[in-house]
Design a protein around this ligand. Structure first.
Ligand SMILES: [Zn+2]
Length: 397
């Protein structure tokens, strides 16, 4: 079978009809049953196999009657020699079929996408040894343009931890081993002829033993970059637009294990501007200021309801941000002691606002990265106090 994989990695990935007989019966049956080879156009020139002097000649086909099998000849010396018609047959490897077979042997579902013509196929995505990986099939990985093929194909080059299956020998060029890429050779696993499930077993075993670069595999990032947040979790990076929810989450992740009240968080992410309304003795705002604040809060709530009605999500978010910071001002002005009746309300409002912002953001994250969404759902507490108690792997900002 090695001959098959060697040929698969050549530019002309095809066999002459007579070459096929060198494969054993089992292999031939697989080729036929799986339609792995497709008949191409017959050769018009062929090497003489009759004399000791190698020469390639045009084939002369004699096909005089539909009832008689055609005969083929090439000139040799002064005369001509007959050529077995099988020697003229061309059987090309059907890579789409090979992609199908590898995909089903690996239990991948979904459609296979050819992401670089005749060179790269995305077979699907699956979990191997706790890591979710895109699985690619690459042909001609050791050809001189291999690194270029990788760099020029966004789907392949940006996949965070791909499993790349090549035909024969794995490439030496270091770019193929960068980051979390793993390249394995299909030729080294005896799967095509025998039990197909050996492919998935062998690969899973290899990946389990595969050395991990801990700082890369386990690195978690929650980082603000301009108007967006770059969030990396278990090999996958997503980007999310900046908002209050991402800011709260970022704060919680950085202060793993600590409990915060909603007002703590509001103040933490909006700076301490609001704290100035509270006097050093912790005295509360005067009634005049307090009622102005409350009036503003009520009008904000009305405006939010209106913006919701018109589906103006941008405005809703802006107004909610303002309401949250107002709630922060009210609670910090009144203090936790709460001599005013409004304190409990404001605290409750602040808690709801912060909690809602976090819930919204986790929902957005879940859309882009379900695994991270589940992680945050599980580890971010959103009760009277907010906190993140994770699984011990730290987040970097
Ligand atoms: Zn000859």
């Amino acid at each position: 079978m090695l001959a098959f994989w060697i040929r698969a990695d050549l530019d002309e990935a095809a066999f002459r009809g007579d070459e096929l007989t060198a494969f054993g019966q089992a292999a031939l049956q697989v080729f036929e049953k799986e339609k792995l080879l497709k008949r191409g156009e017959d050769l018009q020139m062929v090497e003489c196999g009759d004399c000791s002097n190698p020469h390639i000649e045009d084939v002369d086909i004699i096909n005089d009657s539909p009832n008689v099998v055609p005969r083929a000849y090439i000139p040799c010396g002064a005369g001509r020699v007959s050529v077995d018609l099988v020697r003229l047959q061309v059987w090309a490897i059907d890579f789409d079929r090979l992609a199908d077979l590898a995909s089903s042997a690996l239990g991948l579902s979904g459609r296979i996408a050819q992401v670089a013509t005749d060179r790269v196929w995305l077979l699907g995505t699956a979990k191997f040894a706790d890591r979710t990986r895109d699985v690619f099939l690459v042909r001609g990985i050791r050809w001189p343009d291999g690194p270029l093929l990788l760099a020029g194909n966004a789907r392949l080059s940006t996949s965070p931890c791909p499993l790349i299956l090549c035909m024969n020998r794995v490439p030496d060029d270091a770019v193929w081993q960068d980051g979390e890429r793993v390249v394995l050779s299909l030729s080294e696993i005896d799967w095509l002829e025998g039990d197909r499930s050996t492919l998935i077993k062998t690969i899973a075993d290899i990946l389990r033993e595969h050395p991990r670069a801990p700082e890369q595999t386990e690195q978690r990032i929650f980082r603000k970059e301009g108007d967006y947040w770059s969030i990396r979790f278990e090999c996958k990076t997503i980007r999310l637009k900046d908002g209050k929810g991402t800011q709260y989450l970022s704060y919680l992740l950085n202060e793993e294990g600590r409990d915060f009240s909603a007002t703590d968080l509001i103040q933490a992410v909006s700076g301490n501007l609001q704290v100035t309304v509270r006097s050093s003795a912790g005295e509360v705002l005067d009634d005049q200021a307090m009622s102005e604040y409350r009036a503003r809060a009520e009008s904000l709530q009305a405006e939010i309801a209106e913006a919701r009605k018109f589906n103006d999500t941008g405005r809703v978010e802006r107004l909610q941000d303002e309401l949250e910071s107002l709630a922060g001002q009210i609670t910090s002005a009144t203090g936790l002691g709460g001599r005013r009746r409004s304190v409990g309300d404001s605290l409750d409002r602040a808690r709801k606002a912060v909690s809602m912002a976090i819930v919204r953001t986790i929902a957005q994250i879940k859309n882009a990265d379900p695994a991270l969404g589940r992680h945050l759902d599980k580890h971010v507490a959103r009760g009277a106090f907010l906190s993140y108690r994770g699984d011990g792997i730290p987040w970097n900002s």
